[in-house]
Ligand binder design. Structure first.
Ligand code: GLU
Length: 300
């Protein structure tokens, strides 16, 4: 039941942005936390580009991420991994899960799912109502043979049952009982790519030997799914540190849609990387104090 969290040894952290836009101060704060956590322990800080979404990822944004990190002096160790080059590895993990009978093909469109109005909501929106879980085997075979577009979903009840009770550890919260059912039957392989965020991130954290996942609190719940996948795939469980999200002066999460300035814009406007790092580190320290539960960038 208990997991042996990352063994003693060199700390490895990673910053894992999706190249769908330019980085802003919230990204910088997250990268800085992962960077400083590793450096303070003589560990390694990795950069992984999560570009599994061919429709939204752009090479120009990958170059921008590397440029912004260089400007801030957050230099990653080792080669930069790109998830788009690892589709065969994810496909293999998917096939293993499929071979264990824990995945089922889902032919639903977004509209089909949205139309199931009674579906409850989970951390990622509507929880899939399980429509395709009930399809007769002959019908699934026919649709697959006919080439109908399909995703692969995890039968989360069955998977949780086969994994047994699990826990994971967050350095801020303590030991947590794994509850992946919050998300329902998540997609592990999309219609157009043989993976989803959940599968790729779990496989890669293990493949890169990440010992400490330092990332925003918005991904806290997703860790329930990742912990279950680690158990199913026989992968080690890192320690987790889900940090508070950086907020703007109005208390809103920094985001492009709320007008958060890109690091590139700050740089082009004459911003100084050292000043930004000092301000971010001060905000991070405040958010770590017993009274602070959020990081703001009011100092900038
Ligand atoms: N690629 C994810 C994002 O940009 C982060 C993944 C993670 O840190 O686990 O939101």
């Amino acid at each position: 039941m208990t997991a042996s969290y990352a063994p003693p040894g060199q700390v490895v952290t990673r910053f894992a942005p999706s190249p769908t836009g330019r980085l802003h101060l919230g990204h910088a704060a997250s990268a800085l936390r992962a960077h400083d956590y590793a450096r303070a322990r003589g560990g390694r800080f990795l950069l992984r580009i999560e570009d599994i979404d061919p429709g939204r990822s752009r090479d120009a944004f990958v170059a921008g991420i590397e440029e912004d990190l260089r400007w801030l002096g957050l230099v990653p160790d080792g080669p930069v991994w790109r998830q788009s080059t690892r589709m065969d590895v994810y496909a293999e993990a998917r096939e293993r899960l499929r071979g264990s009978g824990l995945l089922y093909a889902c032919f639903c469109t977004r509209a089909d799912i949205a139309a199931a109005a009674t579906a409850p909501h989970g951390p990622e929106g509507i929880v899939y109502p399980g429509t395709c879980r009930a399809l007769p085997a002959e019908e699934v075979t026919r649709r697959l043979r006919d080439g109908c577009p399909h995703a692969w979903r995890l039968a989360v009840d069955r998977a949780s049952g086969s994994a047994g009770p699990l826990t994971w550890h967050d350095e801020h919260v303590g030991t947590i009982r794994c509850d992946p059912k919050l998300f329902g039957d998540v997609v592990l392989a999309r219609k157009e790519v043989p993976t989803s965020y959940h599968l790729a991130v779990t496989v890669d954290d293990a493949a890169q030997g990440v010992t400490d996942v330092v990332r925003g609190r918005d991904l806290f719940e997703a860790t329930h799914v990742h912990r279950l996948l680690q158990a199913l795939l026989g992968l080690p469980t890192p320690r987790y540190r889900h940090h508070p999200l950086t907020l703007d002066a109005d208390g809103r999460r920094l985001a492009k849609r709320h007008g958060a300035p890109a690091l590139a814009a700050l740089r082009e406007g004459g911003g100084d990387a050292e000043t930004i790092l000092v301000a971010l580190r001060a905000d991070i320290a405040r958010s770590c104090s017993p009274s602070g539960d959020r990081a703001t960038i009011s100092a900038l």
